[in-house]
Design a protein around this ligand. Sequence first.
Ligand SMILES: Nc1ncnc2c1ncn2[C@@H]1O[C@H](COP(=O)(O)OP(=O)(O)OP(=O)(O)O)[C@@H](O)[C@H]1O
Length: 801
Amino acid sequence: MAKKKKPTKIEPKKPRFQSAKAFLENRQTQTTFGLFLAIFAIFLLVAFTSFLFSWETDQSELTEFTNKSSNVKNLLGKIGHSLSNFFMYKGFGIAAFILPILIFFTGIYLLLQVHLKKIRKSWGWGILGMLWLSILTGFFTKAGSLLSGVVGFEMNNYLQKFLGKTGVLLLLIFGLLSYFAIRFKINAHHISKLLKRKEKVIGQTSTDSEKNATQNDPVTQKTEELSLKPNESIEKSEFELSVENLQPTIKNYLGKKEPKKEVALDIETPPEEDVEIAIEKIVEEKTESENLSDKLVKDFGEFDPKLELGTFKFPTLNLLREFNESISIDQEELEANKNRIVETLNNYKIGIAQIKATVGPTVTLYEIVPEAGIRISKIKNLEDDIALSLSALGIRIIAPIPGKGTIGIEVPNKKATMVSMKSMIASTKFQNAQMELPIALGKTISNESFVVDLAKMPHLLMAGATGQGKSVGLNVILTSLLYKKHPAEVKFVLVDPKKVELTLFNKIERHYLAKLPDTDEAIITDTTKVVHTLNSLCIEMDNRYDLLKSAMVRNIKEYNEKFKTRKLNPENGHQFLPYIVLVIDEFADLIMTAGKEVETPIARLAQLARAIGIHLIVATQRPSVNVITGIIKANFPSRIAFRVTSKIDSRTILDSSGADQLIGKGDMLYSGGNQLVRIQCAFVDTPEVEKITDFIGSQKAYPEAHLLPEFLGEESGTSLDININDRDSLFKDACLVIVRAQQGSASLLQRKLKLGYNRAGRLIDQLEAAGIVGPFEGSKARQVLVPDEMALNQLLDNEKK
Ligand SMILES: Nc1ncnc2c1ncn2[C@@H]1O[C@H](COP(=O)(O)OP(=O)(O)OP(=O)(O)O)[C@@H](O)[C@H]1O
C-alpha cells in the first residue's frame, strides 16, 4: 500500500528507512494522510471552480503573493489562486479538474484501507485523460485560453507542426477509440451485435410474416438464442428444432480451414460467424499488498505473551536486604601477606619482579610477575608450602592466570564481605543484561558483578559439601529469574526431595511453576513423580521440536519471535513457548533411589533440550562418580563448585582441583567450559525469598500452574496374571539374583541390577506371578519359593511348554 504512496521511502534494501516504512504503514498515519488528501482535493476543486470566474481579475495579484494588502477574489485565497493558476492556466486547463477527483478517491481509499491497485490504474487513466482533454481543448482554442491551459495549447501546437490539423484530430479520435477499446473491451463484435439488436427492435414493429421469416432464418434465430442469458429459456417449436438440427454446421468450419481435430470436436457447434462466445469475465484473484502477518501486526500489534497478566508487577528492590558491602582494604593485612609471599618464594629461590593485589569480597588476588627464567610449574608445586607459610585456609594458586602472563595467588581475607542479592539485582550489568535467562551469580575477585545467561550454559551442575551455600545458590538463581522474567516467559519445575528448601516457591505456583496434570503440589518431592515429570519433559521436548520443525526455525528464540510477529498460526498448534527451568536439588538422593530411570531422561534432556528452551539445574551434595556419571557430566558443560572436602570431589565436578581450597559460605568456582572463575555467590536469605514470593503470589495469577504433557507411566502392576511375553527384559536376571540370594526384596534387585524403585517393584510382582517369590509380607522380605538355580531353570522351561 505504502509502496505506491511513497516508493522511495520504503526501499526495502535500505534498513535505515525501516522506521520510516513502519511510520508510513501505520494505520494512524494512513488515516491522517487519507483525510488530508480528501480535504485537499475538495480544496483544489473549490479553488479551480472559483478560478474559472476570477482568474482574469486575480492574475495581476500573482506577483504580490507575500503582499498583505493585495487581495484575490478566489474563494481559497492566494494559495487557491496560485495552485489553480499552476494546474489550470499554466497546466491543463479545465482538464485539471480530473486532478482533485483523483486525489479525493486516493484519500478515501486510504481511509477505508482499500486495495490501492485500483487507484493506481485510475491515476494512469486520469493523467492520460488529462493530457488528451487538454490537447483537445487546445485544438479549438487560442493561446492564453484557460480552457486548454498552456500545456494543452503548446502540446497541440507542437503536434500540429508535425501532423497538421487533420492529423492531430485523427490522433485525438484514435486516442478516444483506443480508450474505449481498452477500457470497456469493446470490439467489432460488440458493434455488430449492437447493430443487430437495433435491427431486432425494428423487426419487432414489423409484420407477422416478417417475424416468421426471421424465425426461419437459422442464423438470426441462433444468434438471438445464444445472446440470451443461459437461464433465459425460450420455447421452441418442433419445426424450429428440426430446422436447427438440419443445419450442416460442419461446412462453415471446413470453409475456414480450421485444423481437423477442432472440426471434429466442434462438430455440434452452430455456424461460427454467428456464434458469439461468452467470455467469462476474468476474475482477478485477490492479492494482498502486504504479508498477512505484517497486517495482523499492524492492526493488532505484536503478540504480547504478557497480556494475560498484563498488570503483573515485578518484585521491587526494597524486598531485598541491604548489607554493608564496602570492602575494607586492610593495608596492614595486604602488606603482611605480600611480605610473606615474597619471603616464601625467596626461600625457594623464586625471585619476583612485580606484585599486585586485587581485593575481592572474600579473597585477595596477589598477581605475581616472576623474574625471567622461573618455571611456572615450580611455583605451582609449592602451593602447599606457600599456604603453610601464609597460615591461611584456601590458598589457590593459578599458574599462570589465563590470558595474562602472571601467576595468581588467592588468599582469603580475614574479614569476608557479604555480597547481597540486592546489590546484584541493582547492578547495571544485571539490569541491562540482554540475555534470555540472566542470572546474577555474585561478584568476581575484582568485585565485578558476574551475570551469566542460563540459556547459553545451557545446563548447570552444582555441587558442594553440605552447608557451603548450595541452597543459597539455587535461591539466587531463581530470584534472579523472578526479577527479570515475566510469568509468561519462564516456568520452573522444582524437584526438592528434602521437602524444605524450595517450599517457599509454592506460593508462586500459578505464576511461575509447571506441573503434571492431576497433581496437587507443583513442587515434586517423591521419586515416582520425578520420573514421571522427567518423562513428561521429554514429551514436551519432542512436542517443541515438532513445533520448531513446522515453523522452520532452529531454536526457541527464533520460534517465539516468529510467533510474536504473528507468522505462526495458533490454529496449527503454535503457541508462545515459555522457557522451562528444571531445578533438581539433592540429585544424589534421586540417583540412589531411581537410578537409570532418572539418569536416562535427564541425559536425554541435557543432550537435546537446549534449542527448545528447557534448561536443567542439578545440585548435589555428593559429587561422587556414581552420582555425577560420565553421561551426566558430558552434558553439563557449566558447573558450579562450592567448597568440597576432597581434591577428588573437586575433580569430579570441575575436572580440576581447586574446589577443596575454597573457604565456604558461598565461595565458589564457576566453570563455563574451559575457564574457572572464582566468585563470591550472592546471599539471599529465606525471609527475603519469602517476601518476593509473597509479593508475586499476592498478584493476579493464571488459573492454574503451567501444565506439562501427561506421561502415562507404567504403574507398578499389582495384577498377578502377567503375560509371560510382557515380562521385563531383566526378568531372567532378576530371577537369578533372587534365587541365589534366597531373598525376595525389591531393594536387592535395585542394588544388583542398578534399577529404579518402580522397575524393581514391577519385577517383584512378575516374580510373584511366576511363583518364584511368595506374597507381600509387610516389612519382611518375601519368601523365595524356588530353592536353587536348577529348580528355577526347570520352572522356566515348564512355562514355555
Ligand atoms: N553466598 C553466601 N554468602 C554468605 N554466606 C553464605 C552464602 N551462602 C551460604 N552462606 C552461609 O552458609 C549457610 C549454609 O548455606 P546453604 O544452606 O546454602 O548450604 P547448603 O550447601 O545448601 O547446605 P545443605 O546441602 O546442607 O542444604 C547459610 O546459612 C549462610 O549462613
